[in-house]
Design a protein around this ligand. Structure first.
Ligand code: FE2
Ligand code: FE2
Length: 217
């Protein structure tokens, strides 16, 4: 994804911002989300190496999110300094490369087979679409992509607007999107590690996970 190109496309971004904003998590309501009623968490040591690698990716993603959150606190206190600007640019370069590669690894290697198995095991919604946890995870990936695009668009815009008040409003919107994206990605990682990867370990054989690992190259 070319963030700079997306940043130029303001009318689209405005619509996306409206959608993505609707998913923003309320600080008044996170505890339930972090306490799933039926956790299928498998300890790291017992995970198949393919799943361990995904958890290792998560640790690097969380480190980057921690750094982004710290930068955002700085921006809220003292505005967008050149240092904060380059830290934010650095995060989105990481998102464009490593985070996107992580999502692709899950979507191409793990999710299709796991979705099949969850449906076969009856672990899906009662609706005709038979939605599984995998579908929810894929929706999360898309939401993160939209939130990242909106954040980059607004922060970029804030540096170009000649009117100071408009610039500050754009910056505030960018900051809000960064926070929403960080919070949503953390919850996404929690759900994968506590539900989805445990389901993968349960429903896929060791040989299947070995094959996925080899296919990954
Ligand atoms: Fe994911
Ligand atoms: Fe993941």
């Amino acid at each position: 994804m070319d963030m700079r190109k997306l940043a130029e496309d303001d009318p689209l971004i405005r619509n996306v911002e409206k959608d993505a904003g609707g998913d923003e998590l309320s600080p008044m309501d996170p505890p339930d989300a972090y306490a799933p009623p039926a956790t299928e968490a498998v300890p790291y040591e017992k995970l198949h190496p393919f799943l361990k690698r995904l958890v290792d990716d998560h640790r690097r993603i969380v480190e980057r999110l921690d750094a982004l959150d710290a930068t955002i606190v700085q921006v809220e206190k003292s505005g967008l300094s050149p240092e904060a600007g380059s830290a934010i640019t650095g995060f989105f370069a990481f998102a464009d490369a490593e985070l996107a590669a992580h999502h692709r690894r899950e979507e191409r290697r793990l999710f299709p087979l796991l979705r099949e198995r969850l449906i076969a095991a009856g672990e899906h919604s009662a609706s005709d679409q038979k939605r599984t946890g995998v579908d929810v995870m894929e929706d999360d990936h898309l939401t993160a992509l939209k939130q990242a695009a909106v954040a980059v668009a607004f922060i970029g815009l804030s540096t170009r607007l000649p009117d100071q008040k408009s610039g500050l409003m754009a910056l505030a919107s960018g900051v809000r999107q960064c926070k929403a994206m960080s919070e949503a990605l953390r919850l996404h990682i929690f759900r994968e590690e506590n539900i989805i990867f445990g389901q993968a370990q349960k429903h896929l054989s060791g040989a299947e996970l070995d094959r996925i690992t080899v296919e990954q190259g």
